[in-house]
Design a binder for this molecule. Structure first.
Ligand SMILES: [Zn+2]
Length: 431
């Protein structure tokens, strides 16, 4: 009995300590696991004394256990001729479906009563809708693969470098699926309209989101952000990601990345600004590292979210140089670019290869993603590049009668859309 009591006391001390380190009110689900071994290390040896007395006589702070990161394995899904096909797996050379999301709405009541309500209704899904989509694609037999596994650059017979589509390995009966996420920057306007504020590393070594609830209370959670929700889903359903892939995070740079204000300001070159910026850079690095370690990859969304079809060459070079310096320097090399607004450079980049496209190619981009009505992809034959479209689960497609059919292979929009939370607007499949 005494032992149980002291264990409970030590446990609550440990939890209080962990919450203290996380800095604020924590939702119930947010309490990092206090594993048995951690308690063992904290419990005094041969503990027969009253734990209360023990604490009073020993004010020394207890050191929290070091984060114990679970092993995370990332494997290639690429099948090459002659490879042995693992038991239970088969090869796949069909269309790899590609869905993209924006950050998900954590607090619909805030988002849909804000000045951004219509735009958020058009282009975002809520946390509840997102979870239902994950459950549905999982039930329908999709498995996540890394966008970087779909195509490879190879030397053609004439010596030129060209992209080729890879044959993939998938568990029997499954279909590969890519997820990408645009604008994972935690823009100021999103912070004000019902989204989480940033990704953070918990004392348990896992990625959590930080934000404020509608009452202004700090919330650290894994249930309010697209990244942490998918992390959790894969932990609970490891067969959804047989190769360890998660999604590709598409980043701009004008408000930093992942909720950290790492951007420069050409109007403010003060030492104070730079010092603050360097602090943010230091803070975001371990987040980037942990995301990469657990299957996330990164892509470019331009620094300033520029419309590549409208701005001129000098704006493009200035913007992309800045992206490479301020974002590329933090996330490493990437060969994937996601067009802001879905706007293709050179008018129509799958027919033309103009100056703008060649410039982007010269920076190392090989996979050029837009947005469309299916997971179209096209390998260009005059330059080593792939053009591809992505489908977009959001308010526009959830409400649309045409999209109801297009997205039926992933989910039934009628079961996903949260009409109670969303603004009263037209729903195509209802009329
Ligand atoms: Zn965007």
């Amino acid at each position: 009995m005494k032992r149980t009591l002291s264990l409970i006391l030590v446990l609550s001390m440990l939890l209080a300590l962990l919450c203290g380190c996380m800095g604020g009110t924590v939702t119930e689900d947010a309490l990092p696991d206090a594993d048995e071994p951690a308690v063992d290390t904290l419990a005094p040896a041969g503990d027969d004394t009253n734990a209360q007395e023990e604490t009073q006589s020993d004010p020394e702070p207890v050191t929290p256990p070091a984060p114990q990161k679970a092993e995370y394995t990332i494997k290639s899904a690429i099948y090459r001729e002659g490879d042995t096909i693992p038991e239970g797996y088969t090869t796949y050379s069909g269309v790899v479906e590609h869905l993209f999301f924006h950050p998900v709405i954590a607090y619909p009541e805030v988002a849909f009563s804000s000045y951004q309500a219509e735009g958020l209704d058009d282009w975002m899904v809520t946390v509840g809708e997102y979870v239902k989509i994950l459950e549905s694609v999982y039930e329908k037999g999709f498995v996540l693969v890394d966008i970087n596994d779909i195509w490879s650059e190879e030397t053609a017979e004439d010596g030129t470098r060209r992209m080729v589509k890879n044959t993939l390995l998938v568990p029997e009966g499954k279909r590969p699926l890519v997820f990408s996420y645009d604008d994972v920057n935690y823009y100021q306007y999103m912070i004000e309209t019902g989204f989480t504020h940033k990704l953070i590393l918990g004392d348990d070594g896992l990625i959590w989101s930080y934000g404020l609830d509608p009452d202004g209370k700090e919330v650290i959670s894994q249930d309010l952000d697209a990244v942490t929700i998918l992390d959790k889903f894969v932990r609970e359903h490891p067969d959804f990601s047989p190769f360890g892939a998660k999604g590709c995070l598409s980043l701009t740079g004008f408000e930093g990345i992942l909720g950290y204000r790492t951007q420069t300001d050409r109007d403010n070159t003060s030492a104070e600004f730079e010092a603050a910026r360097q602090k943010e850079i230091t803070a975001v690095k371990p987040i980037v590292e942990e995301l990469k370690r657990t299957g996330w990859t990164f892509g470019c969304h331009t620094w300033g979210h520029i419309n590549l079809d409208r701005v001129g060459m000098s704006t493009i070079t200035d913007d992309l140089t800045r992206w490479t310096e301020e974002v590329g320097s933090l996330i490493g090399e990437t060969s994937v670019i996601f067009y802001p607004h879905g706007a293709r450079p050179d008018g129509n980049d799958w027919k033309n290869t103009g100056e703008e496209f060649r410039y982007l190619h010269s920076l190392g981009y090989r996979v050029f993603c837009s947005v469309g009505i299916n997971s179209f992809s096209y390998i260009k034959d005059d330059i080593g590049a792939v053009i591809c479209d992505r489908l977009h689960p959001d308010g526009t497609t959830l409400r649309s009668a045409k999209s109801l059919e297009r997205y039926a292979q992933f989910y039934d929009a009628r079961e996903i859309i949260d009409l109670e939370s969303r603004p009263v607007r037209e729903v195509g499949w209802m009329s």
